[in-house]
Design a protein around this ligand. Structure first.
Ligand SMILES: NC(=O)C1=CN([C@@H]2O[C@H](COP(=O)(O)OP(=O)(O)OC[C@H]3O[C@@H](n4cnc5c(N)ncnc54)[C@H](OP(=O)(O)O)[C@@H]3O)[C@@H](O)[C@H]2O)C=CC1
Ligand SMILES: O=C(CO)COP(=O)(O)O
Length: 330
């Protein structure tokens, strides 16, 4: 079985930096590509990333580069670029047959593609995997206990990558359901915005619990219609991540929702921010994809309209509460 020891990280945001630190913590050489010179310089000179992961001390064995070509000799790449920018970055990757492990959580506008779909179109022959679950970057960088789903169509690849990424405090659970892992991560971001809205608007904990469980029903309907396995959606990459990000303002998506719930416009909340709340990008995309397939996703649709400034919180809540009564299983 191939062993993967020589990792490269594509993306110098909070999650790319935390994954790089996970792998470099005990002195293993890890190379990370970041787009911004400021991030590259801070990682190399100060062993910190104050822009995206303030407070984390990084291992000196983690080296950053602004040149993607320097990842050409790595035998596996963790790709941690927000989905709206992913296609452009993948197109610049150096030629290699090293597996690509996708760690981003979203769906691309217009193409309705998940990271795996984008990658398959660009690299039809390259082995692909997905890494997704309840994993706040700052906690992983601090070495706190974390479990995550690692999915690849080839079970031997999933197992080899899981073995390479596992640490005493970081447990990957293997799966062959890549689409399930991707859908869980993309949809939970949208639902975290919804839960943040409920929190910011002071609508109470009953409403939040209702949103988590009815949101999970939406995730499940969307996932099953697209070939995901129910077990994946009920696992770390789905329900696990939903619970994490729907209950903590450490989630950027939840925090964005809190701002909306307090009455600030999405445009004001999004202006000048450098960190991503992927759910704001994905909500209109998932809502449109669901509509096109005839899948009922009222919470996702409400978040999409709130982010677009097409409705107000009170009206969106009223619309959700006045839907016809129905059996819970639908
Ligand atoms: N933060 C977390 O706890 C977790 C995040 N994720 C997912 O990981 C992905 C990355 O998020 P995260 O690391 O938090 O990002 P951050 O919000 O911390 O940072 C923003 C990232 O976007 C990149 N970026 C901005 N503009 C562009 C562009 N035009 N082209 C290419 N890259 C650009 C930045 O790169 P640069 O530095 O070069 O500007 C930076 O890596 C997202 O899909 C997120 O959902 C998944 C699990 C946990
Ligand atoms: O995906 C995450 C944790 O699993 C991080 O969530 P946010 O992007 O909402 O901060």
């Amino acid at each position: 079985m191939t062993s993967y020891e020589n990792f490269g990280i594509v993306g110098g945001g909070a999650w790319g930096t935390a994954l790089a630190q996970l792998l470099a913590a005990e002195g293993a050489p890890v190379r990370l590509w970041a787009r911004e010179a400021e991030v590259v310089a801070a990682i190399n000179a100060e062993h910190r990333n104050p822009l995206f992961l303030p407070g984390a001390a990084l291992s000196p064995s983690l080296a950053a580069t602004a040149d993607l070509a320097e990842l050409g000799d790595r035998n596996a790449l963790l790709v941690v670029v927000p989905v709206p920018y992913l296609r452009a970055v993948l197109a610049e990757l150096p030629a290699s047959d090293a597996p690509l492990i996708f760690c981003s959580k979203g769906m691309e506008a217009e193409s309705f593609a998940f990271p795996i779909d984008i990658a398959r179109a660009i690299f039809p022959q390259r082995p692909l995997a997905v890494l997704s679950g309840p994993t706040f970057a700052n906690e992983v960088a601090a070495g706190l206990p974390t479990a995550i789903t690692l999915a690849a169509a080839d079970p031997a690849l999933a197992e080899a990558l899981a073995r390479a990424l596992a640490r005493p405090h970081f447990r990957p659970y293997v799966s062959t359901d890549m689409i399930g892992a991707e859908i869980g991560g993309a949809v939970k971001n949208i639902l975290a915005i919804a839960c943040g809205i409920v929190d910011g608007a002071g609508l109470g904990l009953n409403a939040r619990a209702a949103l988590i469980s009815r949101g999970f029903a939406e995730m499940t309907r969307f996932g099953l219609a697209r070939g995901a396995e129910a077990e994946t959606l009920a696992g770390l990459a789905g329900l696990g991540d939903l619970v994490l990000t729907c209950t903590s303002s450490n989630s950027r998506n939840f925090a964005l929702g809190q701002g909306l719930g307090r009455g600030t416009s999405a445009a004001a909340l999004m202006a000048d921010r450098r960190t991503v709340a992927e759910g704001a990008f994905s909500a209109p995309v998932v809502a449109a994809a669901a509509r096109a397939q005839g899948i009922d996703m009222p919470i996702t649709d409400a978040v999409a309209r709130l982010v677009a400034g097409e409705t107000h919180v009170a009206d969106a809540v009223q619309a959700l509460l006045s839907r016809p009564l129905r059996p819970e299983g639908r």
